[in-house]
Design a protein around this ligand. Structure first.
Ligand SMILES: [Fe+2]
Ligand SMILES: [Fe+2]
Length: 246
């Protein structure tokens, strides 16, 4: 496939599977009562979203890899899913230590799961990337919203790893999109922007307490999510400013 070197991503995910990032030992792990009330439901919803056995994605990736002669893809996706399950475990351990109950279900998680089941690998990637982009903005906000050093460290790990996921998925999607006719590319871009805008609005409604604490209002949060979308999925020659710098 033009423009995607899966060997780089395979090396990346293999390396981090063998050398998982950890929160430095001994960081202060204090959560005040007010903070706990503010973040408990929010963090539990994101922890639920990180949990995925990934059977649908694994099957879709295998079909796609077979059809496009990309044998490395199945392994990359397997390692990617391992990393997401590690995110769920890291957040789960933090929640357990602070008496935050896990969620069994949340409507936003159910919607994402249903959407992902609807389609093949490419459309799955569109939905997944939408969650990753918003997740990256959210974890940065959570880091700013807490004074707990352990949680800050956890957020930095999440942001770092979600950025790699975003890089991998957007590179694949851009290569796939480039093979489409111009009107189809435009329709896909508009649909994807609409999906991100809808999902960011839904995330705002469920996580406003954390996001407000990090300085976001509904419009600035939406703008930040769309700026990340534009940076990764609408790259222009000569662009130098990263959205996180704004
Ligand atoms: Fe994750
Ligand atoms: Fe991710």
């Amino acid at each position: 496939m033009v423009g995607v070197d899966l060997r780089i991503w395979l090396n990346h995910f293999e390396y981090h599977a063998e050398h998982p990032r950890r929160v430095p030992w001994g960081l202060p792990d204090v959560l005040t009562g007010a903070e706990r009330r503010r973040i408990a439901g929010s963090i539990a919803t994101f922890q639920l979203g990180e949990q995925s056995q990934g059977a649908t994605l694994t099957a879709a990736a295998k079909r796609f890899a077979d059809a496009h002669q990309l044998p490395a893809l199945t392994r990359v996706v397997e390692l990617f899913l391992l990393e997401e399950r590690r995110h769920a475990a890291l957040l789960g351990a933090f929640m357990q230590d602070h008496g935050i109950a896990p969620r069994r279900r949340h409507w936003s998680d159910s919607v994402f799961r249903r959407l992902r089941r609807l389609a093949g690998f490419e459309l799955y990637l569109y939905v997944l990337l939408c969650a990753e982009l918003i997740g990256k903005v959210y974890y940065r906000a959570l880091e700013a919203a807490t004074g707990c050093q352990r949680l800050k460290g956890l957020c930095r790990i999440m942001v770092c790893e979600e950025l790699a996921h975003i890089g991998f998925e957007s590179e694949l999607l851009l290569a796939l999109r480039a093979r489409r006719a111009a009107p189809v590319r435009l329709a896909l871009r508009l649909a994807h922007r609409g999906l991100i805008a809808g999902a960011a609005t839904a995330v705002w409604l469920s996580h406003a307490a954390v996001l407000r604490c990090a300085g976001y209002g509904p419009l600035s949060f939406l703008r930040s999510c769309l700026a990340h979308y534009a940076f990764y999925l609408e790259p222009r020659a000569g662009r130098v400013a990263h959205p996180s710098a704004r």
